[in-house]
Design a binder for this molecule. Structure first.
Ligand code: ATP
Length: 294
């Protein structure tokens, strides 16, 4: 007998209108997505199509005008520690050490539930997960961009969220650091089994990390254009993967969606370490994928 998966996270018929001086601007129109527990889903699409808006609605930071988000049977109406967000720029408090930045989040979630010693152990454990145990007492200005991003991820993980929301988490990092962090993220997710939704502009990153890639149509009134199921076994190795037929199929499906079916004048999608040639005349510029973090 096959077991039917129950919906863990349901984004149901979500539409949003932003008020503008010209009247309401419909950014999303009837976005529908069902995500299973432990699934890694990437969202990819042209700049301004509404990826961050979807993430912000799931985070509870924005309210949908129509439709809604249900997490384990409960409607999401506000931010909560069970949905942790990691932004592109670490957003650490500069006057606190890495340890203290994570501690702030841990205290918020576990105050009264964990003893002081347990909290200390938990903070150290999460910093170790992202390989930051050696620099946990350094402040953000004493560590590199990649290390700051690791601390941001540790802070999110330390909240023990059911859902990890990643908004271009590796976008501001150089290619090598990004590769290391992608590998750490795959390891962590394999260990913890969190549900992850990640926005990315990087086709290779999407294929390497995801179980499914959700491709959004262009805005205004954007919605889910198509979904690619990535049938690659885990653990995944980026070098071995590059020659895999399934990897090439997924990559091609995403590129074809973005450049042929939903091409537009300005594109912010990048393919790691590779210059993407404009498909006919519908692509003018590419956003650099390897801008160094400050
Ligand atoms: N608070 C807001 N008020 C008005 N319009 C908004 C607001 N937030 C987003 N928008 C508009 O909604 C659309 C979707 O924006 P969003 O930031 O979600 O796109 P995105 O796909 O994440 O873009 P990018 O890839 O460039 O980060 C855009 O047209 C944007 O201008």
């Amino acid at each position: 007998m096959t077991t039917k998966h129950t919906d863990h996270l349901l984004i149901s018929q979500v539409s949003i209108d932003f008020p503008t001086p010209q009247g309401p601007f419909r950014a999303l129109d009837k976005v529908d997505l069902r995500i299973e527990k432990g699934e890694f889903v990437s969202i990819i699409g042209h700049s301004g199509c509404g990826k961050s808006t979807v993430l912000n609605i799931v985070a509870g930071l924005y309210q949908a005008t129509e439709g809604g988000v249900i997490l384990d049977g409960r409607e999401v109406n506000e931010p909560g520690p069970e949905r942790a967000v990691v932004f592109q720029n670490h957003s650490l408090l500069p006057w606190l050490t890495a340890y203290e930045n994570v501690e702030l989040a841990v205290k918020q979630v576990f105050k009264g539930k964990k003893s002081k010693a347990e909290m200390r152990e938990w903070i150290e454990h999460n910093l170790t997960l992202v390989h930051m145990d050696h620099a946990m007492h350094k402040r953000p200005d004493e560590i590199s961009g990649g290390m700051k991003q690791r601390v941001g991820i540790a802070r999110a993980l330390a909240m023990q969220p059911q859902v990890l929301l990643l908004d271009e988490p590796f976008g501001a990092l150089d290619a090598l650091t990004r590769a290391h962090l992608q590998d750490s993220m795959m390891e962590i997710q394999a260990t913890l089994g969190n549900t992850v939704i990640m926005i990315t502009h990087d086709v290779d990153e999407a294929v390497l990390l995801s179980d499914r890639i959700v491709m959004m149509s262009n805005g205004p009134a954007a919605s889910v254009g198509d979904i690619v199921q990535v049938n690659l076994p885990r653990p995944r190795n980026r070098v071995a993967m590059a020659e895999s037929v399934e990897y090439m199929r997924c990559r091609k499906a995403v590129l074809s969606f973005l450049y042929e079916r939903h091409g537009r004048k300005t594109v912010s999608v990048s393919v790691e370490d590779e210059e993407v040639q404009p498909a006919r005349d519908n692509i003018v510029t590419l956003k650099p994928s390897t801008a160094k973090a400050a």
